[in-house]
Write a protein that binds this ligand. Sequence first.
Ligand code: AMP
Ligand code: ZN
Length: 501
Amino acid sequence: MTLYEKYPVSLSNSLTSNKEVFVPTNPGHVGMYVCGPTVYNYVHLGNVRTFLTFDIVSRYFRHLGYKVRYVRNITDVGHLESDADEGEDKIAKKARLEQLEPMEIVQTYSNDFHEVLHQFNMLPPSIEPTATGHIVEQIEITKKLLNKGLAYEVNGSVYFDVTKYNESHHYGILSGRKIEELMESGRKLDSQDEKRNKVDFALWKKASPAHIMRWPSPWGEGFPGWHIECTVMSTKYLGETFDIHGGGMDLKFPHHECEIAQAVGANGKSPVKYWLHSNMLTVNGQKMSKSLGNSFLPSELFAGNHRLLERGYSPMTVRFFMLQSHYSSTLDFSNDALNAAEKGYKKLANSLSVVKKMDHTSGKVADQALAQALNQLVQDVYTAMSDDFNTAKAIAALFEMSARINSFKAGTIGIESVDSATFNRFKATYIAMMEDVLGLTEETEVNNNTLTKVMDVVIGLRKKVRADRNFALSDKIRDDLQAAGIQLKDGKDGEISYTIE
Ligand code: AMP
Ligand code: ZN
């Protein structure tokens, strides 16, 4: 029995507003598409939260034994300043202001994006396609929508005809909106507008003479609209219907709504089985965003040099802080929460290094109740993760596991009072959940190269001192290290290992 059969995942589907048991299109496989960043700016901590959510989703599916194809795009053209197809292309604007090639902007911020995600120990996607790399496909699907009468051309631009689409489908199915209400709200169209109706959106935009990013098309030189790139790249790599589509909650409308309309219009099929949306990181209740001026960069967070920060926090502390809440709830940033997260993370990380060194040798079962309690904790952590990736509950179970590990270490519970199969399952689950699923690796001291080298020197010296039978000095080295929070452990074979509190 595979782990995914043993612990079936249920997830909150934004499309039905229900929690549903995940049934993959292709047994044993998961296809997931996540909207990536528009690379015109440095990644802020709010963006990090969304990508962390899907890092966890892909990690957990992989841990359960699924083969995951995780596609996350890079938006390097077509995202205009406003969602209503107005304003400049974000990347072209930045390139104009900084007097750089648009592709220099794209490269700079793609590099930053990758570096930041790496700092937070996020795994790379399986495929990372770019919008500019799929212009041909975007033109093809636009032609298809024109042929089906679901789009119209005006003056070198092509728009999706939402009203026409809505005659036979529901535009607004994902976000619970109605076209009549959308037609009523906001600014009215004026005679300058090319759109037939205000709800329509651009599939292709004509490039003005000054516009730098441009490609030839049947409608003249232009560039693709923002929504069409995701329809093209998701269905190209995952099929016309795929399992999971993710992104931040703010993308649900209009971006994801438009993706559904385009895919259904072009392929006659609903593109996605499960829509997952990660909620916002807020500051004093307000969404963290560059434009609101309440955002900060991960580098500022590590260094602690931003007015909102009392001090710096490590990447693992921040990762832990974010995982302490469920992805579907908003998460408010605060120094107090980060301070608490630092303590919590250290506790779990310490137990991780302790449990890794624990071995079980005896086979006898003495304490049935303890064995049952350990098995229950293993069950709890999987139940939490399989319940819509509830990292908050999984962490609560890990704290309980950590308390047991501490008791084993202190000797208040003998490790040999449970059978080795139970202990080893408990140990393997703790390690796998921490490292593989939550991505919470041991940080700072233990992973620190310099410290490792220094410890090698100290341990070498102590071995020499012992070989010289200078036991007083040997004990002093051990005691002084202990006072500094480093426990030396003398192995049977003369080898010396250590743990750090
Ligand atoms: P953008 O580069 O603005 O398109 O954003 C990239 C991703 O970050 C999108 O999925 C957004 O939904 C997400 N995002 C932006 N701001 C926040 C925030 N404050 N909290 C969580 N996710 C966010
Ligand atoms: Zn997208």
